[in-house]
Design a protein around this ligand. Structure first.
Ligand SMILES: *[C@@H]1O[C@H](CO)[C@@H](O)[C@H](O)[C@H]1NC(C)=O
Length: 757
């Protein structure tokens, strides 16, 4: 089957955004009586569900697939899938084995525990799961063999055939990499200062049994993302994993800490995983923060290579770059590559691909002249082509570019990759034998599924080629059944003229039953993304899924204002020191544009929601009724309120220092913070606001949400505070997600629901 590749659609016209819209200001704060009255909740509010509606329950119960991982021979893939049941309040875990190039139906192996799967060989899966014993909790490695019966067209296994291979010394090994091309398994674990994985249990006990509960710090990070920094750090380990003569798998018991004595820590917390290191038959390549720099003030990460015994370490990076990501070694072991951001202290900087020739030690950059930033990279098997993904016009596309020989590398600087997928979002790329590439893909209308591109060796990426020449097959269909009667629509994109006459991008999603040109008027919802260097992209989301919002009966508008990624680095950088300037003008103009274009929207029933910077934008709009948004209610998730305080209170100081142009105590920076600070305009607030803030949010700290709520309450503005003490900047737990959706829609319904029509 050919996979449809959608052409990128540019705007056909750009509409003027004149003031044909009602721009009256919202009423002043309500009286105490009105406040109380307006607060008697519609006690019988229910979320919309059923046929034709993709509800929050459907969202949390949808199978969630990770990424497809090919086996060594490239004929099968494995992918882990979890499915939550609201009724049972638990996840079901499964490993799915699906054919890439064998004639057989996929096999789903249901597993009782939540573990990690990887390939031992082309017909054996390793599964690592927690295990309780008299000694305590640790993780154990199991081998699950299966066979492909081509005659019957099946893949078979029985869980009775799963065999225990060995125990790990701790309960926390993770991020396994095993190629079968060496006798070593590489993984990460958290260890104490002694670096000794065998002493973790003993050290844990001493730490937990300390007579007090204090954490003490002399430098940053004291806490990061959602965790107080304790005495343990991530390290990489190698351990033997071999087969004996009887072909039984044997896990060794000598663990080598590959980072011992270096001060390095990899994967880099809090987001790093298997993408922070790679293995060859002889070496491990990894990225680590520069341990000599204060962590909260810098983003510099360096790439190192070390052999599997932890010897002969070599630094491959040089200079004052920011983070380095996705270090990889080519299949033949002759080249390394990684993604490198340009400027230390910046987090969403232009990313280059750096190639390092391991024989000559020459280093060169592949995409310096290209105004997009690589997200993921993979060498072709022969090491002559680089495959990469990058955000481009609110998608994450797959690209390819030739890797020049060392001698011709001057040309590489200005190379522009050739695009291979146009729609949706591609990630989890794996180059296979015979010109094939496995990838995982999602979009607004589909969560992760796995695809294969088969004929890359027949395409000349330096010449022009047509999309029809690409042979793409879809290998899994995890949600076809669930989506059968849901009527998911892809959303429509549009462009409008934003601040400084720049073209700005947005999406619109209409509710089920919406018909253009009909009399019926619909409530509308503006979604504002966080980051602020983020993007509403054509990708599946479990947290801010525009379809879920639309299916509760709203026209949903998701704009990508100044600061958004995927439209070039200038557009990203233009938000610096201007949080309340260009992006807010973009939102204002985009919103007016939509109201002009869609007379079906009831302009008296509009609301807005956003998280993080999105919450900041809402708190800014609260204080600026003259902007004319005229929203009847707001929902602010983990939003910023007092950016002067945020700059000191956040875990990553470098972020505010970058965004506001300096240290928060400097005169110039103080002025910029003040000028852009929502807290300065509380005297103008009047719009009902739901405040959601999470207890483990160390990025935009809980106190910000508390302060917003106190401001609203003191001004007698209808408001409600919802706190998830156990969630971070995001709401991750399924039941919490359901409650989150319920509170948001209940809130909006109160102000712009049917009874307000
Ligand atoms: C780390 O290196 C030190 C110094 O070479 C050595 O004494 C120690 O045993 C090593 N620890 C581990 C866990 O490898």
């Amino acid at each position: 089957m050919m996979w449809p590749l959608l052409a990128l659609s540019f705007p056909l016209s750009v509409f003027g955004v004149q003031s044909q819209l009602p721009l009256h200001q919202t009423d002043a704060a309500l009286s105490q009586e009105d406040f109380t009255k307006s607060f008697s909740p519609s006690s019988n509010f229910n979320l919309r569900e059923g046929r034709g509606i993709f509800s929050p329950v459907d969202l949390v119960e949808l199978p969630r697939a990770q990424v497809g991982i090919p086996n060594p021979s490239g004929d099968l893939l494995l992918i882990q899938v979890t499915t939550y049941s609201v009724e049972e309040r638990r996840n079901r875990n499964a490993v799915v084995v699906a054919p890439i190039d064998v004639a057989a139906e996929s096999l789903e192996i249901a597993l009782a525990s939540d573990g990690e799967a990887f390939w031992l060989d082309s017909r054996t899966i390793a599964y690592v799961a927690k295990e309780e014993s008299k000694k305590g909790t640790n993780k154990a490695l199991y081998a699950i063999p299966f066979r492909v019966d081509v005659n019957a067209g099946t893949i078979r296994t029985s869980l009775e055939s799963a065999v225990w291979v060995g125990d790990f010394p701790t309960a926390s090994p993770t991020n396994f990499r095993f190629t079968g091309r060496s006798d070593y398994l590489v993984f990460s674990d958290e260890v104490y200062e002694d670096g000794d994985i065998m002493k973790v249990a003993e050290n844990d006990e001493a730490w937990e049994e300390r007579p007090h509960s204090a954490y003490v710090f002399d430098d940053t990070y004291a806490r990061h993302w959602d965790t107080w920094i304790g005495p343990k750090k991530n390290a990489l380990f190698s351990v033997k994993l071999t087969q004996n003569k009887a072909r039984q798998w044997i896990l060794g018991n000598k663990y080598v800490n590959l980072l011992n004595g270096t001060g390095h820590s990899s994967p880099v917390e809090p987001y790093g995983g298997v993408d922070h290191f790679d293995v060859s038959p002889t070496h491990v390549i990894y990225t680590t923060r520069d341990p000599t720099l204060p962590a909260a003030l810098h983003t510099k990460q360096d790439v190192y290579i070390v052999d599997l015994q932890g010897k002969n370490r070599k630094q491959l990076t040089a200079g004052k770059h920011a983070t380095t990501q996705n270090p990889i070694i080519s299949y033949l072991g002759d080249k390394a590559a990684w993604i490198e951001l340009e400027e230390d202290g910046h987090e969403v900087d232009h990313a280059n691909i750096v190639v390092y020739d391991l024989k000559t030690s020459n280093r060169y950059t592949l995409t310096q002249g290209w105004d997009r930033s690589a997200k993921e990279i993979a060498f072709s098997r022969d090491g002559k082509t680089m495959y990469l993904t990058a955000e481009d016009y609110a998608r994450v596309k797959l690209f390819a570019m030739p890797i020049p020989d060392d001698s011709e590398r001057r040309h590489a600087l200005h190379g522009i990759p050739a695009v291979l997928t146009q729609s949706g979002s591609t990630h989890g790329i794996h180059a296979l034998q015979n010109g094939r590439l496995l990838f995982t893909h999602s979009s607004f209308t589909s969560p992760n599924d796995v695809f294969v591109l088969r004929n890359l060796d027949k395409i000349d990426f330096t010449a022009s080629y047509s999309e029809d020449e690409l042979d793409i097959d879809q290998l899994t269909r995890f949600t076809d059944q669930e989506f059968d009667d849901k009527g998911l629509e892809a959303g429509e994109e549009f462009w409008f003229e934003g601040a400084e006459h720049k073209l700005v991008h947005g999406w619109i999603f209409t509710p089920p039953g919406f018909v253009r040109g009909e009399e019926k008027r619909w409530p509308a919802l503006l979604l504002i993304h966080g980051g602020p260097e983020g993007v509403w992209a054509d990708t599946w989301s479990n947290r801010w899924n525009p379809t879920v919002f639309a299916h509760q009966g709203y026209v949903v508008v998701a704009l990508n204002p100044t600061g958004s990624t995927s439209f070039g680095q200038d557009f990203v950088n233009a938000i610096k020191t201007d949080w309340s300037g260009k992006p807010i003008i973009d939102l204002q103009r985009g919103w007016k544009h939509v109201l002009e274009e869609f007379p079906e929207i009831d302009t008296e029933r509009t609301v807005a929601a956003g998280a993080s910077y999105g919450g900041y934008a809402l708190n800014w709009i609260q204080g600026h009724p003259e902007l004319g948004f005229n929203f009847k209610a707001l929902a602010c998730h983990d939003g910023l309120f007092d950016v002067s305080f945020s700059a000191y209170a956040t875990d990553q100081s470098f972020f505010f220092n970058y965004e506001f142009g300096g240290n928060p105590w400097e005169k110039k920076t103080k002025e910029i913070l003040k000028r852009n600070n929502p807290i300065e305009f509380v005297d103008k607030w009047s719009t009902p606001e739901l405040v959601i803030h999470n207890g483990r949010d160390y990025r935009a700290v809980e106190a910000e949400g508390m302060a917003v709520f106190n401001a609203l309450q003191q001004r007698k503005i209808p408001s409600r505070l919802v706190v998830f003490p156990d969630e971070n900047h995001w709401v991750l737990k399924h039941a919490n997600s359901l409650k989150w959706h319920y509170e948001i829609f209940r809130w909006f319904d109160e102000f712009v629901g049917e009874r307000n029509a």
